[in-house]
Write a protein of this length. Structure first.
Length: 103
C-alpha cells in the first residue's frame, strides 16, 4: 500500500476568487435586491448551497463591478491607456511624419 501524503495548503484551502471576495465585501441584501433574488440567496451562494443561473451571471458581475473579457484580449486601465495616448500624441507633434525630398 502506498503512503498518503498530507494535503498541501493550496489543495486544502482553495484561493478565493475575485467574485467571492467582492460578494463577501458587499451588502448581501443589496445584491439580492439588484438581482431580484430572495433573502439569503447570497449566503447560500457563498456556502455552496445554491448555484448561479447562467442568465444571472452578467447582472451579478456588473453589480460587483466586474466584466468578462476574452482570454485573447489584454485589459488596460483607462487612465493608463489615456496617458499613453497623450505621450504618443506629444511625440508625434514634435516630429514631422512627412519628409520632403531635397532634390
Amino acid at each position: 500500500m502506498s503512503a498518503v501524503s498530507p494535503l498541501t495548503d493550496s489543495v486544502a484551502r482553495p484561493i478565493k476568487g475575485i467574485v467571492r471576495e467582492r460578494l463577501e465585501r458587499t451588502k448581501r441584501e443589496s445584491v439580492e435586491s439588484a438581482l431580484g433574488k430572495g433573502e439569503s440567496w447570497v449566503t447560500k451562494l457563498l456556502n455552496n448551497g445554491s448555484g448561479v443561473c447562467v442568465d444571472d451571471l452578467p447582472l451579478l458581475l456588473d453589480f460587483l463591478g466586474l466584466k468578462v473579457v476574452d482570454k485573447s484580449k489584454v485589459c488596460v486601465d483607462p487612465e493608463i491607456a489615456h496617458a499613453y495616448e497623450v505621450i504618443v500624441r506629444k511625440k508625434l507633434e514634435s516630429h514631422s511624419l512627412l519628409y520632403e525630398d531635397a532634390e
